[in-house]
Structure formats: C-alpha cells, structure tokens
Ligand binder design. Sequence first.
Ligand code: FE2
Ligand code: FE2
Length: 167
Amino acid sequence: MNSIFGATRIGQALHTEHMRTMEHLDALESLIASRRPPAPEAATATLEGIARALDEDVTRHFAFEEEHLFPRLHDAGAGFMVDMLTGEHAEIRPLAESLRDACRALAGGGFDANLWESFRADARDLIDRETFHIQKEEMGLLAALSQVLDAEEDGALADRHAALTAE
Ligand SMILES: [Fe+2]
Ligand SMILES: [Fe+2]
C-alpha cells in the first residue's frame, strides 16, 4: 500500500522536493551552529548549495504549488488551508531571497562578527518557518491532493512538474 505521500504521483514528487529542501536546511543549521564565523574555504560550497536550493524552492516549487495545486484545492473546499499556505509562501519568499543573496555574496569571502550574527539570526528564522511550512504541507496538502485529484489529473500534473523540473 502506498504511504500517504505516495498516494499521488504529484504528491510523491513534491515530497521528494520537500526532503531535499530539508537536507539543505540541515546543512544551513550545521553551518550556523558555531558562534564563530566559518573560514571562507570551509563554507563556500555549502553556501553555494544552500543558495541554489533556496532559489529553487521559492521560485519553481512555490510557483508550482500556487499555480497548479492551490486553486484546485481551493475549489474543492480547502480554502482555509490554501490561504494559510499562501500566506506562509508570502512570508518565506522575501526571507529566502534575501538569505540566498547573502549566501551568494558571502561565498568565497568571509563573515565579520556582526555580519555572522545577523546571518545566523536570519537563517534561524528561515529554518523555523520553512520547516513548519513543509510539515504542514506534508500532513495537509499531500493528503488533500489524493482526495481531490483523479488518476488522470494526477498524471497530467506529475508530467507537467517533471517537464518544469527538467527545464
Ligand atoms: Fe509550499
Ligand atoms: Fe511545498
């Protein structure tokens, strides 16, 4: 029997992306664990990876949910959940974009003590919000999709998602 996340193909694809985002948030959490700024050479690859992951998440992943999934769920009566998730996207997007830009600016360079403290605080805020958001989608959104989509719609969405991912 499928797990609840695997009940739809599109749900499985989103679940995979959520887990990938969580891996990068874990890497970010490890990076900010120390109160002392990391050496540039030790942090550059991690910062670049995190910047790429944040960019993917708040552009393609968020947009796919907003354009292709939220309207269907709204029409199916899940307006309350959709409004909540849309509001979280609106809060997370500028935080993630600003942290992405900071990661790119700092990759290869260094942090002074003040910059490191503000980067850590911003990263902590983003990790908390994004983790909470993903948990909610894993529990609510993915389960709702399996109730709302028939096999044909699910297949069409999964193909569309795969095509966008491959671009
Ligand atoms: Fe989302
Ligand atoms: Fe998501």
